[in-house]
Design a protein around this ligand. Structure first.
Ligand code: ATP
Length: 264
């Protein structure tokens, strides 16, 4: 992907080259090439079974590509270590209401990292958790069991979990499935706001084509098999000015207002 276009001054966050994947004899991804640049908002659309979740799971290293390469921040996914730079909100699970974890525990689990499940969490970690809960406006739910929350409240908790490490890249797999239209609108509004004002890159799978298209435009920038990629750049591709990735969770304060009344 070493092209020479004007866009190259923006850091590649995800580079996918000649990627193929099949389950047994079922080809799901076929020779896919696609790049996500810093600050892009990418909407991934496709019919049921098109391979969206499979692609996201390969990007976050949960399954290995059979052919081709994926690089995250320039590093092949197999060697990538900076997982705290990536927040991942997987497809909605229907929690058993008896599932014992509290919202605070779920959000804190975002700090464990991949190889560090049993490290002791310290006071700084608790402060990060409180901040993430506050940003998402769910401090008052911290000690409730996650399985007892509404769909919209659970999604806020999972977004807080994904945000706790101040990620540079947020990957969301159908974050609003099973949530009422008004709540979906509030959630999408929040994501747009975050994208517009902060240096976070988004890759989101959604069946809500209308909501995506209203933000990302009506034409996909790329189609590959049944997958369609819609993209919005926050900045003009020609603009190669300062593109620092730095931001802080505390910068997201103020979202309480954006969210007010929209999710609960
Ligand atoms: N672990 C698996 N073993 C075998 N086949 C699988 C497995 N996971 C997914 N598939 C199949 O691969 C195809 C792509 O699945 P995937 O979950 O990636 O699609 P999707 O685009 O996310 O679908 P949806 O919109 O329904 O969530 C489907 O036909 C699915 O049945």
């Amino acid at each position: 992907m070493a092209g020479t276009s004007a866009r190259d001054c923006h850091q590649h966050v995800i580079e996918i080259e000649d990627l193929s994947f099949s389950y047994e004899d079922k080809q799901v991804i076929d020779q896919l090439d696609f790049s996500v640049l810093q600050r892009d908002f990418v909407g991934l659309v496709g019919s049921n079974g098109a391979g969206k979740t499979t692609l996201l799971r390969m990007i976050v290293g949960l399954i290995k590509p059979q052919k081709g390469t994926i690089r995250l921040f320039g590093e092949p996914v197999g060697r990538f270590k900076d997982w705290e730079r990536i927040g991942y909100v997987p497809q909605k699970n229907n929690f058993n209401p008896l599932f014992p974890a509290t919202v605070r525990e779920v959000v804190m689990s975002g700090l464990y990292g991949r190889k560090n499940m049993f490290r002791r969490l310290n006071r700084e970690d608790s402060a990060k958790c409180s901040e993430a809960l506050r940003v998402m406006g769910i401090e008052d739910l911290a000690d409730r069991r996650i399985g007892q929350l509404s769909g919209g409240q659970q999604q806020r908790a999972f977004l807080a979990r994904a945000l706790i490490n101040n990620p540079d890249l947020l990957i969301l797999d159908e974050p609003t499935v099973g949530i009422d239209a008004e709540t979906q609108e509030g959630f999408f509004h929040l994501l747009r706001h975050m994208h517009h004002h902060h240096d976070i890159t988004f890759l989101m799978v959604s069946h809500d084509r209308e909501a995506l298209q209203s933000y990302l435009g009506s034409e996909p920038v790329q189609s590959a098999g049944k997958l369609k990629f819609y993209v919005k750049h926050t900045h003009d591709p020609e603009d190669c000015g300062e593109t620092s990735l730095s931001h802080a969770l505390s910068d997201l304060r103020g979202y309480e207002e954006v969210l007010q009344g929209s999710v609960r």
